[in-house]
Design a protein around this ligand. Structure first.
Ligand code: IMP
Length: 428
């Protein structure tokens, strides 16, 4: 697959689960390096190769293309135990990983106590976020609080031990205050995690200089985002967000390259919308339709198995995503999931509680629970799009639907995915 920039960011434009894994996998054929720039094992990127299904949590989706170098940038919080489980599982399935995976020496380690803290904090919180329970928030808290342990620290045993000891005593204190003990399992889990240190060090690298040199030498790079725009810590539906910058600007910070090296930003949108975890979903469907869409789209979390809430395409959000990410193009996924619907709604604006109509995404998250979307209704196409390989193969109503998404979002549609297989993609 060609037709994209030398250094391209792939960013989710909704609440995650847009199908970024498939888009990265398809585009990875045409690049040399794929680098993840934020998040951790909260992500679940599902990729189908032939009849095989792979769910990747931390290793970039490019790993399924032979020879591509896959990097985890400094913006990632690396769950060392789960990382090697994923690594070994891929190797067992015949993927050659030799020399192909690199982890930034500046990346922070997500250690077993972060998971404990995540679960304890959620259990005791008056206002739950509905996290994935993977320890993401506490790991980024330690990073921002300058208490974190980084991959580079694994090379200095005394420093590592002292940083881990002070983190552990702080965690145990906090767990006590929350009325939960750390238990002996934590000691064992920590031993297991740290015993993998040398193995991780052997993969460590400096992602910024490596990517920069590769670009200078004419190589091509994909920067792979996890989660989505409205889960961004700064720009999303705070506090119902993840703890990193998921948006395109995070790609430079999270890999260590200069922002001017990025020359293309592809936003991935599902042809409708879903959300998992707490927080408002303005275009949420009524109960029966929500259930119907969940079944049609198989909308269950790839990481936690939780049912995703379903809604109509929200162009207030996609326009916001175009602006905040500086989108140069769109990849629309799961168009085929809409194949059987007689009518499809699209939100064009929001009516606020005071009666005003807004087209810009409101900053006040709580107001989103009280807004009424302004919908337009499109006729469905009521036939299968799964076999379409060119735009001309799509039924006219599907083409008009895509034209409208493009117009409302303000970014050109460049790819349309019509199924889980690699071949089920239309390049415009
Ligand atoms: P955390 O990232 O586990 O702290 O979860 C914070 C919020 O982000 C919760 O609403 C999660 O459901 C959501 N979230 C985190 N990762 C993903 C993802 O990969 N897809 C969709 N939602 C996610």
């Amino acid at each position: 697959m060609s037709g994209f920039g030398k250094c391209t960011v792939i960013v989710g434009c909704q609440w995650g689960d847009e199908g970024k894994g498939k888009i990265v996998d398809v585009l990875a054929e045409g690049v040399d390096i794929v680098a993840r720039y934020q998040g951790g094992a909260n992500a679940g990127h599902t990729v189908h190769v032939g009849d095989d299904e792979f769910i990747l949590h931390q290793i970039p989706s490019g790993i399924l293309h032979e020879g591509r170098r896959c990097l985890l940038g400094n913006g990632v919080v690396l769950d060392i135990v789960q990382f090697f489980q994923e690594f070994d599982a891929l190797a067992e399935r015949g993927i050659d990983l030799t020399g192909r995976v690199g982890v930034s020496r500046r990346a922070h380690l997500l250690l077993p106590y972060h998971r404990l803290m995540d679960k304890a904090a959620e259990q005791s919180a008056a206002e739950k976020i509905g996290t994935t329970g993977r320890g993401i928030g506490p790991a980024y808290e330690d990073k921002a609080g300058r208490r974190g342990v980084r991959v580079a620290d694994l090379g200095n045993r005394p420093r590592l031990e002292s940083r881990v000891a002070s983190a552990m005593s702080r965690v145990c204190e906090r767990l006590d205050r929350l009325g939960q003990g750390a238990g002996t399992d934590l000691e064992r889990a920590m031993e297991e995690a740290l015993s993998l240190g040398d193995r991780l060090l052997a993969l460590s690298c400096d992602t910024g200089p490596e990517i920069t040199r590769a670009l200078d030498a004419g190589q091509r790079v994909l920067l792979e985002g996890a989660q989505g725009t409205v889960l961004d810590l700064d720009h999303g539906t705070y506090p119902f967000v993840t703890s990193s910058n998921t948006t395109a600007a995070g790609a430079a910070i999270g890999t260590g390259i200069g922002p001017t090296r990025i020359d293309d930003v592809v936003g991935v949108v599902k042809a409708y919308i879903t959300r998992v975890g707490e927080g408002p979903l303005p275009t949420g469907m009524d109960q029966a339709m929500d259930e119907h869409m969940r079944q049609l789209g198989g909308e269950f979390g790839a990481t936690t198995g939780r049912p995703r809430r379903c809604g109509w395409f929200d162009s207030v959000i996609s326009r916001f995503a175009a602006q905040v990410n500086g989108l140069t193009g769109l990849a629309v996924t799961k168009l085929d999931v809409l194949d059987t619907l007689p009518e499809i709604k699209v939100a064009t604006a929001y009516t606020m509680p005071d009666g005003s109509v807004v087209e810009d995404f409101p900053a006040d998250t709580w107001s989103l629970g009280d807004i009424v979307p302004v919908y337009e209704t499109h006729p469905g196409w009521e036939c299968s799009t799964a076999g379409a390989r060119t735009l001309a193969d799509l039924p006219p109503n599907a083409r008009s639907y895509l034209d409208r998404l493009e117009e409302l979002t303000g970014a050109p549609v460049r790819w349309v995915s019509v199924g889980t297989k690699r071949s089920q993609i239309i390049q415009l």
